[in-house]
Design a protein. Structure first.
Length: 201
């Protein structure tokens, strides 16, 4: 990664609470993540009644994901952005094929950093991730938000829609307000997520 790109990512991560590394994962890496995650999903027998489209704990089901979570190329980049070593927590697979599947605006309960890899092209029409830039600096203002409780922030002046192409990677601070809307057009929208704990130094 070029120094200028790293500097831009670091500035966005610090000031806005998120950054997007374009084309971070190669097509063959995206393909492998997809088929391995789909295999785990096909063998699931238990589903959350609230979030049926999220499969957590991939690292417990496949050594490939354990290695990716702990030693993947995203780890040193996230460490540079956080300024501290990220402690791996879990890896998850997100699908959003149905209109009603929606995660409402919220901040995560634990301090840390999150990476989210687009496995398909994602935009407003199929439920991309949204952020309120700078909201990680105003935690008290948004502490009441919950991912399963509707809150309409679609007209907020700090709203940013994170449209991405397959292989792009989001990096964001867990205390940045984020959410994903419904899939309006029904096109496939899958994502791979790794959560790490650790405060920004």
């Amino acid at each position: 990664m070029q120094e200028a790109e790293l500097s831009a990512l670091s500035t966005s991560f610090r000031d806005n609470g998120f950054a997007i590394a374009r084309s971070f994962f190669k097509p063959e890496q995206v393909e492998e993540i997809c088929w391995r995650a789909e295999r785990i999903l096909s063998n699931r027998t238990e589903f959350s009644p609230t979030y049926t489209n999220i499969t957590k704990g991939l690292e417990k089901a496949d050594d490939f994901f354990e290695k990716l979570l702990n030693e993947g190329p995203q780890v040193p980049l996230l460490q540079k952005l956080l300024g501290t070593k990220p402690i791996p927590a879990t890896a998850s697979f997100f699908t959003k094929n149905k209109n009603y599947e929606e995660i409402y605006p919220h901040i995560d309960a634990v301090y840390g950093g999150v990476i989210w890899v687009a496995l398909d092209d994602t935009n407003r029409e199929n439920g991309c991730i949204h952020f309120l830039k700078g909201s990680h600096k105003r935690e008290a203002e948004f502490a009441h938000l919950r991912p399963n409780q509707p809150n309409d922030l679609s007209n907020h002046p700090d709203l940013v829609e994170a449209a991405m192409s397959a292989g792009d990677m989001l990096l964001f601070q867990s205390r940045t307000v984020h959410w994903s809307g419904p899939n309006h057009n029904g096109t496939q929208r899958r994502g791979f997520n790794c959560f790490y704990t650790g405060r920004l130094d």
